[in-house]
Write a protein that binds this ligand. Structure first.
Ligand code: NDP
Length: 401
């Protein structure tokens, strides 16, 4: 049905490309480009082995807009799926505008020298995408992504308005390593060391990073400590559900993880300020990434489940109701299916489904859209058939934490 160009060849890309290959009636040709071509070749070889589908591979520096435009033209791709890093978002959006193709990513743009997590840079492209009749989908991972679509589905089918929303992200998996991040360490550590922020009564409330801890009993996983954090979808959710009184994001971390991050932060290893080492300028966090385990290598070692979802409270026919909507995903099942652990799987599958929505014509409105702005139904159906089935249950009362 459509030709796609995937940029980036990390853990998330590997899952997305596998799942695209498993849906050949939607993805008629898959092109995969990244800075290091050998990583694309490795993914292509795995995909060929598992599915028999050929993936074309290329070396590309996505910061070079001219080179990306040339590759889009050569491949005749209709959609660029950006699974590189958040730093590449704007350059890839520029390339899509110039080449006249649609765009999709899983994480909002960040300048490399500031951990900002704000959408305004990408929202500023709205008019340009509209004028060209092109669609840009922002944040088609799990969170942001599925959790945003969950909120819209609840709004469409269960509530008349949303009063409060808590996104709960639990990784109950264990990889046996003393310390490893389960996606790109640089991006992960930038997120967890940033101050926590949530939306309440029309304003942002800021608290120190990792200072607010709550135990929660996650379906399929059990009780885990989760921490209040800032996460980019809070900005888009409070914008697109303007009636929301409170929006918060929580993520689980084990004590060992918190201890390691605290020590690394105390000694300056998580800093993104350049320092001179042996006469050469280095960024401590980037050096740390080099010495930490590669999340892509953790798949075979990780056991346990993830449980990610939303608790949403709002009014229905004048009565207050609360729903918990979530997916449970098993690390070992993901590894058996596509050779990756569940964190990459829960991001790569929604990236594939978002891409399918564009290619199949479900999401074609020109402009720049966050996931909660789009009709949720076809996406929710594909979650059920593509490996991320979801459940919704009504709770007796709103969350008490
Ligand atoms: P990885 O670090 O594993 O992979 C990133 C890939 O991008 C690498 O192949 C890297 O190449 C490539 N890349 C980096 N810079 C460039 C460039 N200038 N040009 C071309 N390719 C480049 O990351 P993940 O797979 O873990 O994550 C991918 C994306 O998914 C990230 O943006 C992350 O923030 C997002 N994410 C979103 C989640 C969600 O739920 N919404 C959850 C988890 C991740 P090289 O190997 O050569 O460096």
């Amino acid at each position: 049905m459509g030709k796609v160009l995937v940029v980036g060849a990390g853990g998330v890309s590997s899952v997305a490309v596998h799942k695209m290959a498993m849906n050949p009636e939607i993805f008629s040709e898959i092109h995969l480009a990244s800075r290091t071509k050998s990583k694309c070749d490795d993914i292509a070889a795995e995909v060929k082995k598992r599915t028999g589908v050929e993936v074309q591979t290329y070396a590309l520096d996505a910061m070079d807009v001219g080179a990306t435009v040339a590759l889009i033209n050569t491949t005749e791709a209709e959609l660029v799926v950006n699974l590189a890093l958040p730093y590449q978002d704007l350059k890839l959006m520029d390339a899509c505008l110039e080449a006249g193709v649609n765009y999709l990513d899983t994480a909002n743009y960040e300048p490399e020298d500031e951990a900002k997590f704000e959408y305004h840079w990408q929202w500023a492209y709205q008019d340009r995408f509209k004028e060209k009749g092109l669609t840009a989908i922002l944040g088609s991972g799990f969170d942001p992504g599925v959790t945003s679509v969950f909120a819209t589905w609840i709004m469409k089918h269960k509530l008349d308005s949303i009063r409060q929303i808590d996104v709960l992200d639990c990784n109950g998996g264990d990889n046996g390593m003393p310390f490893a991040t389960n996606f790109n360490p640089e991006i992960n550590i930038r997120e967890v060391t940033a101050p926590a922020r949530h939306w309440e009564n029309g304003d942002w409330v800021e608290t120190p990073a990792m200072s607010h801890k709550v135990a929660f009993d996650f379906p399929g996983v059990g009780e885990k400590n989760m921490y209040l954090m800032y996460h980019e979808e809070l900005e888009s959710l409070k914008t697109h559900f303007p009636e929301v009184e409170r929006a918060r994001f929580w993520m689980t971390f084990g004590d060992a993880y918190i201890n390691h991050v605290t020590v690394l932060q105390n000694i300056g290893m998580t800093s993104i300020e350049p320092v001179v080492h042996d006469g050469k300028e280095i960024i401590p966090l980037q050096f740390l990434k080099t010495v930490l385990p590669d999340p892509g290598e953790l798949g075979a070692k990780t056991k346990g489940k993830t449980c990610i979802g939303d608790v949403v409270t709002g009014a229905k026919d004048g009565e207050e109701k609360t729903f918990y909507i979530y997916n449970i995903c098993d690390h070992e099942e993901c590894y058996a299916e596509v050779g990756s652990q569940a964190v990459a799987y829960t991001t790569g599958v929604p990236a594939m489904i978002g891409a399918a929505m564009v290619l199949k014509g479900n999401w074609t409105e020109p402009g720049v859209w966050n996931m909660e702005q789009l009709d949720p139904d076809a996406f929710m159906e594909m979650l059920n058939t593509q490996g991320l089935p979801w459940q919704v249950e009504e709770l007796d009362a709103p969350v008490s934490f």
